[in-house]
Design a protein around this ligand. Structure first.
Ligand SMILES: [Zn+2]
Length: 243
């Protein structure tokens, strides 16, 4: 039996699947993974990407922060790929209970998925740091001042994207929901992540179900513990396995 057929069987025999996704899910929608492409940013910016995406940098250098953020982190024209669409289908069939993602692009919701736990937040949500008014991504872009900093139309305070920056803590409620979903799943499908970035590896430890499926182009430290390992494109594999 080939691996796609094995995955089909696992899905068929599961009733409570959780998907855990990393950057590889987004790169197939042509959103680059800034962690794997430091060379590119080094040529364009005088700071490292991790530094520019830190809380202290955002506070000290808002102009440079938003310049990097809007130029490199926002892909307004990105559309869901086969992985997002297959997961939406699985949720509609009642088999997929939750998507836990490290991505911030909102593409799972764009594809129609409902229970999406965004560990690092979403570029789609933005709020005024003073009056807490919320703004869509489009509104936030429209409200950028002459320095490129988005400003609230009530009080001119900075509008901050609801994404978790370096040095900032993760939302404990989202972590709780993710742990809860993973610990109650009968199948955990992990895709598009090398499982080395915090908190991915830690969350996977809560899985107590039957089938751990790893789908990633490269091998991961968890490969030896998995029920099924597929080294291929996440979009291609899910598209073929989900009918
Ligand atoms: Zn405001």
């Amino acid at each position: 039996m080939d691996k796609i057929e094995q995955l089909r069987k696992i899905i068929e025999n599961s009733s409570s699947i959780v998907f855990f996704g990393g950057a590889g899910v987004s790169t197939e929608s042509h959103i680059p993974d800034f962690r794997s492409d430091t060379g590119l940013y080094k040529r364009k910016y005088p700071y490292l990407a991790e530094q520019m995406l830190s809380h202290s940098f955002y506070v000290k250098h808002p102009k440079e922060f938003f310049d990097f953020y809007f130029n490199e982190m926002i892909y307004e024209d990105a559309v869901p790929n086969k992985a997002h669409l297959a997961l939406t289908k699985l949720e509609k069939q009642g088999k997929l209970k939750a998507i836990v993602t490290q991505n911030i692009d909102g593409l799972h919701q764009k594809a129609g998925s409902v229970n999406v736990l965004e560990l690092h937040g979403s570029v789609m949500r933005n709020y005024c740091t003073q009056c807490k008014k919320s703004f869509t991504l489009d509104e936030t872009i429209q409200l950028r001042d002459k320095d490129g900093i988005p400003r609230c139309d009530n009080d001119q305070a900075i509008i901050k994207p609801d994404v978790v920056l370096y040095e900032e803590g993760l939302d404990q409620h989202i972590i709780y929901e993710a742990v809860n979903a993973i610990s109650h799943a009968d199948t955990l499908i992990v895709g598009g992540t090398s499982l080395v970035v915090y908190p991915a590896a830690g969350l996977i430890q809560y899985f107590q179900g039957k089938n751990l499926v790893l789908i990633n182009k490269e091998s991961t430290p968890m490969d030896s513990q998995a029920t099924l390992v597929i080294h291929d494109s996440i979009g291609k594999v899910l598209d073929e396995a989900v009918k």
